[in-house]
Design a protein around this ligand. Structure first.
Ligand SMILES: [Zn+2]
Length: 70
């Protein structure tokens, strides 16, 4: 079984709130969806679709900020 891969939405600057760094990939759930950096496509988060809201993930590969909210 292959997880679906969904690109996250790039944001220009961190907003107030939680900012996480990945990779290493964040595991919020098993056997669900891979969320990828919107710029370099590195997998940042493994979670159920619609599970994670309101956090920013800073890609440690390219330095982009990705929002979990579309
Ligand atoms: Zn990236």
């Amino acid at each position: 079984m292959t997880a679906r891969k969904i690109p996250l939405t790039l944001v220009t600057a961190p907003e107030i709130g939680v900012v996480l760094g990945a990779p290493p990939m964040l595991m919020a759930s098993e056997n669900s969806v891979d969320y990828a950096c919107g710029r370099c496509a590195a997998v940042l988060l493994h979670a159920d679709e619609g599970q994670v809201h309101g956090i920013l993930i800073r890609c440690t590969k390219c330095g982009s900020y990705n929002s979990t909210d579309a």
